[in-house]
Design a protein around this ligand. Structure first.
Ligand code: AMP
Length: 117
């Protein structure tokens, strides 16, 4: 899948539509999911244009791969998730990925069901 710069997360990065930011650094933006599937549901996206995790690993410089992973952890710390969390990276059609810009779901804040999300 090629990157579509009109996707909703690209628009968020360009400040064309609003978001509720919980963490930001040079490599990632983390914001609340508009349709939360848990008490805490935050999305972490890289600032670079990557469709999914495979695209990031195949095409991003190491600094952006590290920045994405460290940005996820920094978001977890910013949210103070001392009771744990679930990390989900939907990738491709079978996963149900809707937005074609890489995003990590962080789910937390309650005891999560096996098939939550
Ligand atoms: P996925 O199915 O993995 O592609 O997840 C896409 C997620 O993006 C869903 O959980 C949506 O609720 C969320 N989402 C879509 N549009 C927005 C938006 N404008 N702001 C925040 N979250 C959004």
């Amino acid at each position: 899948m090629s990157y579509d710069s009109n996707n909703v997360f690209a628009k968020i990065l360009r400040h064309e539509i609003p978001n509720t930011t919980v963490y930001e650094d040079d490599f990632v933006l983390a914001f609340k999911d508009i349709n939360p599937k848990a008490k805490i549901h935050v999305l972490v996206i890289p600032k670079g244009a990557y469709v999914d995790f495979q695209d990031l690993l195949d095409h991003a410089p190491q600094s952006e791969i590290d920045g994405f992973l460290k940005g996820i952890l920094a978001t977890v710390h910013a949210l103070n998730l001392t009771n744990g969390y679930r990390l989900v990276l939907n990738t491709g059609k079978d996963s149900g990925q809707e937005v074609p810009h890489l995003h990590a779901h962080i789910l937390a804040g309650e005891k999560l069901c096996v098939n939550q999300l």
